[in-house]
Design a protein around this ligand. Sequence first.
Ligand SMILES: [Zn+2]
Length: 449
Amino acid sequence: MIEICTIGGYEEVGKNMTAVKIGEDVVIFDCGTYLPVLIEHKEGLETGGKYSPQHLRKIGALPNDLVLDKLGWTKKVCAIVIGHAHLDHIGAVPYIAQRYPQAEILASPFTIEVLESILNDEGIKLSNKRKKIHANSIYFIKGKSGKIKLEFVHTTHSTLQCVLPVLHTKEGTVFYALDFKFDNYPTIGAPPNYKRLKELGKQGIKVLVVDSLYSGVDRRTASERIARNLIEDALSFVRDKNAALFVTTFSSHIARLKSIVEFGKKTNRQIVFIGRSLNKYVEAAKRVNLCPFYKSIRLLKYKDQVNSFLKKVEKNRGDYLVVCTGHQAEPGSILDRIVGDQTPFKFMPGDHLIFSSSIIPATPNINAREAMDKKLKKKGVRIQTDIHVSGHAGREDLRDLLSMLKPQHIIPAHGSLKQETPMIELASEMGYKPHENSHLSHDGKVLRF
Ligand SMILES: [Zn+2]
């Protein structure tokens, strides 16, 4: 029997965590934070604040893995597998992994590097062994009842070295497919490993846990190559040599940052990245040799450094292209501080600001950005928004995934009922039956196969 506890991310977009039990062994997939509540509680991740796990649990920022205590699974956890380096998948590891000191943390080299940076920044020590596993390779987890075969299938998403973990057990294969898109023209790295997906489909998949975030959106998600064109176009619009130019994007989106730098160079401005989280992801990318633009930028991390630099930008606004954090108007982010008049630089009419991002569809984010946009307009800033393509599969990509993998059972994940119900409908279109072989879950529920 395979038992799956859908711990978090099944009633909200965030705090993803799933546990799979086979015999006497439990493998955890992902361990993420819920970012909207951090924004709501003004716990800006940029402020470098140190939070206690108890506090984060109380405000609902961590997945409720205490459910594993009730199930008697806690001591059986032998591995924590992380698919990629986004905080809604990795952010809770520093606060939760101590509960499973016997478990190895398994992830791609970039993901492990980002984890090390977070631990370092927050001053947290973890005794868990860490193991870097490359995409398209196999690792044997040492379980109580023997070795469990774990495979990482390469995929594309919106940060580096994203993988789809597959657990091959004697009870059948569990495929964990969160956060991916089928990008045939990625701007860093290779397209997804379609060949392996098809092979696995032929060999047989017992259970597929699948990203349903945009299962209700009739689309095929566009390639990052399109975002690259959008960036080129957006920057070509900036002609005023005396105006300030700021770009904000996801700090973890190294491919996007690469495009910003490449076309940014054509503006003849010095390119400067500011903010702690940009620093975290860019340095991690450099450590795994996946930061081709590192020599073309300056990277500023500390508040004093940033403030004295912003003083220079205030005086010579046309000399710089500033890449900064704060596209979701996160409290304490650089953009939040600039717009709130808390830095030596002040926006003036005619300055440019490019949002190479979309608003994460959660109420606190939507409200925070609305308030920020209002202030920016009052200051006369020329804003370009949605210079972005998503990293998540649309309904048609998901249809392709299901045709390739042909799983026996489907569990929609990465969202609430609103996101997961369309996945059940898509599955029904493809011959699956609700309750029989397509299963809606909720946080803390256990499904048995
Ligand atoms: Zn992601």
